[in-house]
Design a protein around this ligand. Structure first.
Ligand code: 5GP
Ligand code: MN
Length: 315
């Protein structure tokens, strides 16, 4: 199947790359990696994402070539990356009809919406799958492409810490380093350019921490009011949920983020064996075993109650 994808890449002339809204490092990295390869092959290629990538990614060479989803361009091949379903990347059947739709993902709930589907839940990042496609097809991996793939792996493995990290992850990373990637450079760009106001917001959020079920569930929240007070937006909350999970004895960390009045985006993270993707599906969401998300439409206190109840199996 990967060989087939590399053949399609070689034999087609126009491509649209799409990925999920609120794109993370894996979504952006895997998309720009393919974008850069297709560009170097002199293909017509666009990257369109439903929402603007967070500022922490603005150091990437092709950051300004990312377009916001509008009217999708007319192309032969559409490639969806890291998108658990078509809706998450804004694709519609009307648009994809008659085109080749390639679905490359690592969410186990992916309903295989493409004409070609490469869905590998065991892959640490979609960037790893992209690397394999490029390798199998003997497609060029230059330094820029290598940096994008490294970004995708670095961010989706929590800096090579999550259970998805294995020998293969490091083997791919070693190959990328051989192509010129400097781990300190990418890490310092992604993790050490925070805006001071983010820390002001973080201090308010940490003040909301509460524990349930003998300290196994840690809950924190951010409200529109807090964003206003600190002159911040949802972009500034990247990684906040990890503070909840990072506490000793905590098995599940949750961040409730008020994106619109009484509409909370939930981020859930777990350690070890607790599968949070199942819980997320109860809240219009989904995800992976240790990292998932969804939405709750209710006032704060009710939203808190709902999410606490959903974890009563921790009791
Ligand atoms: P985050 O908490 O960083 O927004 O999301 C963590 C992971 O949960 C994402 O990588 C994605 O797999 C999944 N996820 C988050 N929000 C949603 C959602 O609304 N729907 C689905 N299907 N998955 C989500
Ligand atoms: Mn991913």
């Amino acid at each position: 199947m990967k060989k087939k994808v590399s053949e399609i890449i070689k034999n087609s002339s126009s491509f649209l790359i799409v990925t999920h809204k609120n794109p993370d490092g894996d979504a952006i990295g895997s998309s720009l990696a393919l974008y850069n390869v297709l560009k170097s092959l002199k293909k017509t290629v666009y990257v369109e994402i439903p929402t603007k990538p967070a500022y922490i990614y603005d150091f990437l060479d092709d950051y300004n070539n990312i377009e916001l989803t509008s009217n999708f361009k007319d192309v032969e091949v559409v490639i969806a990356l890291d998108s658990a379903d078509m809706q998450r990347c804004g694709l519609t059947k009307d648009y994809t009809n008659g085109k080749t739709l390639i679905n490359i993902d690592h969410h186990k709930t992916n309903p295989l919406y493409g004409n070609i589907n490469i869905v590998e839940p065991q892959a640490a990042a979609v960037g790893c799958i992209v690397w394999e496609i490029l390798k199998e097809g003997n497609l060029p991996i230059d330094k820029r492409t290598a940096e994008y793939i490294y970004l995708s792996i670095l961010t989706d493995t929590g800096s090579f810490r999550y259970s998805s990290t294995g020998a293969k992850t490091f083997m791919i990373a070693a190959d990328l380093l051989a192509k010129g990637v400097k781990p300190w450079y990418i890490a310092s760009k992604v993790y050490e350019r925070e805006k001071p106001e983010t820390y002001k917001l973080l201090s308010l959020v940490l003040d909301t921490l509460e524990f349930f079920y003998d300290g196994k569930l840690a809950l924190e929240y951010v409200t529109i009011d807090m964003f206003k007070k600190t002159d911040t937006t949802a972009d500034n909350t990247e990684g906040f949920v990890n503070y909840a999970r990072g506490i000793r004895g905590v098995e599940v960390g949750v961040l409730l983020r008020e994106d619109e009045p009484n509409v909370f985006k939930i981020s859930i993270r777990s350690k070890g064996n607790v599968d949070v993707s199942e819980v997320a599906t109860k809240f219009e969401g989904g995800g992976h075993k240790n990292a998932a998300g969804g939405t709750i439409r209710a006032p704060l206190n009710e939203a808190k109650k709902k999410i606490i109840e959903a974890f009563d199996f921790l009791r």
